[in-house]
Design a protein around this ligand. Structure first.
Ligand code: ANZ
Ligand code: ZN
Ligand code: ZN
Length: 825
């Protein structure tokens, strides 16, 4: 038997044995066990498994192992999110075909993932770029299409000139491409969209019933961005035309001194014949279109705009004529694309009005003293001061508003709406999701376009003549193996050049038709993968209904907080839609969600290859062992916070494991009761802490216990076995090895979590109160059930008590067991 902990040998040995014995293979049901679906975010195969992956997967696996030991039938699957830009861009950079690159990486990463020693059931592995998988991605696309939730339209889209692709709003960070950092521009392209906006309200209200980090919920709520307000109609003088404006503050209508149209507003075209400065207006519009949304709405930027000379609108509240402007701070894609501007009560309008000398009319008086809540009053006072009283965005008392004067603004809000026959309206910031990508490496969109049917105004949907869904029996639409996979300058998918791919038969008239050549955004693939794991090999359905019922929804989902908006929102949308179509019996995919923090480099920086401060998991696994890496990741700090990598920290946990390796036990050793108690306290603490993902405190409890074992020098084999069991989720290889050495024939990873004795856990000491003539004079911690005789001995030997009793005669001693002793003098 070797004397040193040879992690490489031990890891290899157990990986083989576990695989052979199939101890991690999951059945869909096991008698007397409840199913528990434990999920981590599956990786992109864009290169190596990095330490961030390890930080998601290793501690999460500790949790999965606890659930197994607690008697749950745990499904903890893994797979690869293998379609999409990250893999494709990396492949292009290396001049390798995306498919070759992706599958080569999957091979490497599978080995790396296996070294973690997790409970993954590899027979359930899914790869989203496999036709067996994307057949169902396409099938879901068709269900969305058939239910009116997928449609094609020409839309201004975010275009990354470097990636040659469209990006969803969610993929544009501060005006730049999330993938490559290039500045994003606007481009009008025919696009496929999913109507996620139909689900805005459900996506909001569903948040209330799930156990997710509050921060994540807030980000989703803000992204959906619900606003309550009204739509107010303004007629345009001397025309039949009118402008609708969405406002959250109809109470300020009497103060609306001008209207603003977004540069894209269609009314501008209708008004062209009357606009006196048309040249100037057109020039302005052309310029605005080149800006991104961010550049246009940046509050710090100087406001720009042009008045439409020669046209006026009528304010419906006071019938005054007001000018109409076009300005790019108003977005075409929100509300009605037009606003009523109230410079006295809106900061953006104020800045604009000041610059262009448009009249400002106050209609709300902040009347600070009437703000009932003192805190709100203070806030109001501060804002009033800060803005020099120029504009006021809060509530107050109505002024300059005819019969509404004197009323609180909250009340006037809906009365004024009614007065001008406005409509109350709820508005969401959420936009429909653009899912088409003009790129190669994705699931082809399973649609066919027939020119003849289009000409004859036929089609599966009225508003999209010529478009047909590929018949379900013809799925999957295979992604062809093309030589030229590079994105094209003209913004068309490379598939457009594949004659073999594009030519198809029209499902309706049988004539020659063409396939859609765009592929789907990779977020479509990852919006439903958790459903597939429950039945990954099914070729008849995306998953069997019985299996869905058995496993879903996911009990706990652990992954990075960077996916709070995109992936998590899209997944919720898919689940809700599939539930409405009758394929699922639940409408929230992830009941509980937790995020791990981010691991920084030793010098507290983000790890990046260019900085050269990346910790490579393969290296440290080779050097210290997978157990040490797992343990260190658990130990380094609170899981949701992450922190800097500490090279001495991993040395420390490795030393801990070496000490565990050297432990000796005797079958019938008599341990002292303190050690026994600590063992039971440790069982409880480790279990409780893992349950709430406090891995670091669980590890320190294990460390404290090891110290005590070493101090006492006596350890029974039974206690040793228990210690190994509670260590096993963290260090599965070492625990298994030592368990075997103890003489066990079956895996420690099939053992139940040890029970603790609650009586043993309670401290058997209490605080004895010492009174003299009924007054408390001292307190001392003593053993429970101490006798009067023993208590007296201790009490009378205390200096403090001796002083009190100096020269006094003790008349009587009253002893209340386990509470107090009263000396009467
Ligand atoms: C008049 C008004 C007066 C407004 C006032 C505010 C304060 P949220 O809360 O984000 O929904 N708005 C409406 N459509 C817009 C668009 N397409 N582009 C830019 N701004 C737009 O904001 C709603 C408010 O944002 C609306 O209410 C409108 O300005 C502006 F004292 O109307 B308000
Ligand atoms: Zn890019
Ligand atoms: Zn046809």
């Amino acid at each position: 038997m070797s004397k040193v902990f040879n992690h490489q040998k031990i890891e290899k040995k157990w990986q083989k044995k576990w695989e052979k014995q199939k101890i991690y293979q999951v059945k869909d049901s096991v008698k007397n066990k409840k199913n528990f679906y434990h999920l981590v975010m599956f990786p992109y195969p864009s290169g190596d498994l990095h330490i961030g992956h390890w930080y998601n997967f290793a501690p999460a696996d500790v949790y999965a192992r606890l659930k197994r030991a607690q008697g749950f039938n745990v499904l903890s699957p893994i797979g690869f999110d293998s379609f999409g830009l990250p893999a494709e861009n990396a492949a292009i950079k290396r001049k390798i075909h995306p498919k070759d690159w992706t599958y080569k990486n999957i091979g490497t990463m599978t080995g790396q993932l296996k070294s973690i020693g997790a409970v993954y059931d590899w027979s359930r592995k899914i790869i989203t770029s496999d036709p067996e998988y994307y057949k169902w991605t396409q099938w879901i696309f068709l269900q969305l299409f058939k239910n009116g939730l997928a449609y094609k339209k020409k839309a201004a889209a975010n275009w990354c000139p470097s990636c040659h692709t469209v990006l969803a709003n969610e993929q544009v960070i501060d005006g730049e491409c999330e993938r490559c950092g290039h500045e994003v521009v606007q481009r009008e392209i025919e696009q496929w969209l999913f109507k996620i906006t139909d689900y805005a309200e459900k996506l909001l209200s569903g948040l209330d019933k799930i156990d997710w980090p509050e921060k994540t919920k807030i980000m989703q709520r803000n992204w959906i961005g619900k606003s309550e307000g009204a739509e107010i109609e303004f007629t345009i003088k001397d025309t039949e035309l009118n402008i609708k404006a969405f406002t959250t503050r109809p109470d300020t209508l009497f103060g609306a001194t001008y209207l603003v149209l977004s540069p894209e507003h269609p009314l501008i075209k209708s008004l062209e014949y009357r606009i006196k400065n048309l040249g100037e207006v057109k020039k302005y519009i052309a310029k605005a279109k080149r800006k991104t949304e961010l550049q246009r709405t940046d509050l710090a930027k100087e406001k720009t705009g042009v008045e439409l000379k020669g046209v006026k609108a009528i304010n419906p509240a006071n019938k005054k004529e007001i000018p109409i402007w076009v300005a790019d701070y108003v977005l075409a894609t929100y509300g009605t694309g037009a606003i009523m501007a109230v410079p006295a009560h809106d900061s953006r309008d104020f800045a604009f009005a000041k610059k262009f000398k448009v009249p400002i009319m106050k209609v709300i008086n902040p009347v600070l003293m009437r703000v009932p809540n003192p805190a709100a009053r203070a806030d109001a006072a501060v804002s009033e001061l800060a803005i020099g009283g120029d504009f006021w965005e809060g509530e107050g008392e109505m002024i300059n508003s005819a019969k509404f004067n004197g009323m609180p603004s909250e009340k006037a809000r809906w009365l004024i709406t009614k007065f001008v026959a406005g409509k109350r309206k709820i508005q969401y910031r959420l936009r429909d999701w653009i899912v088409s990508r003009q790129r190669y490496w994705g699931a082809p969109i399973p649609m066919i376009y027939c020119e003849r049917c289009a000409r004859e105004k036929r089609g599966e949907r009225k508003e999209m003549p010529g478009w047909y869904a590929v018949l379900e029996k013809d799925l999957p639409v295979l992604l062809p193996n093309v030589k030229n996979y590079l994105p094209t300058e003209e913004g068309k998918s490379p598939l457009a050049h594949s004659e073999k791919f594009i030519n198809a038969k029209c499902p309706k008239c049988g004539g020659p038709a063409k396939r859609e050549t765009d592929t789907m955004d990779t977020f479509v693939c990852s919006s439903w993968y958790y459903l597939r794991y429950v039945d990954p090999k099914n070729s008849e359905k995306f998953a069997d209904a019985e299996k869905i019922k058995k496993w879903l929804p996911v009990d706990i989902y652990i992954g990075g907080a960077e996916h709070t908006v995109l992936h998590l929102l899209y997944s919720r949308f898919f689940t809700k839609a599939l539930c409405d179509f009758g394929y699922l019996n639940f409408d929230e995919p992830f009941l509980k969600l937790r995020h791990q923090g981010i691991i920084l480099s030793q010098d507290n920086q983000k790890m990046s290859k260019s900085r050269g401060n990346v910790v490579n998991p393969d290296d440290i696994v080779n050097k210290f062992g997978a157990d040490a890496v797992r343990l260190y990741l658990c130990f380094m700090g609170p899981y949701d916070q992450g922190g800097p990598w500490n090279p001495t920290g991993i040395l420390g946990v490795r030393r801990f494991l070496d000490r565990v390796f050297k432990l000796k036990s005797q079958p019938d050793a008599k341990e002292n009761s303190a050690l026994k108690r600590l063992l039971h306290q440790t069982i409880k603490k480790v279990g409780d802490d893992i349950e709430i993902l406090h891995f670091n405190t669980a590890v320190s409890a294990l460390m404290v216990f090891l110290n005590e074992i070493e101090k006492s020098g006596v350890l029974s084999s039974e206690s040793y076995g228990i210690f190994l069991k509670i260590l096993s989720p963290f260090a599965p290889y070492l625990a298994e090895e030592l368990w075997e050495k103890l003489g066990h024939k079956t895996s420690i990873h099939l053992e139940p979590w040890p029970k603790y004795d609650i009586k043993l856990i309670q401290e058997d000491k209490f605080e004895l109160v010492i009174q003299i003539n009924g007054r408390v004079r001292d307190k001392i911690s003593v053993e429970t059930d101490i006798s009067q005789e023993e208590a007296e001995k201790i009490v009378f030997s205390r200096e403090k008590i001796k002083n009190w009793l100096k020269g006094k005669k003790v008349k009587k001693i009253i002893f209340v067991p386990n509470r107090l002793i009263n000396i009467v003098i």
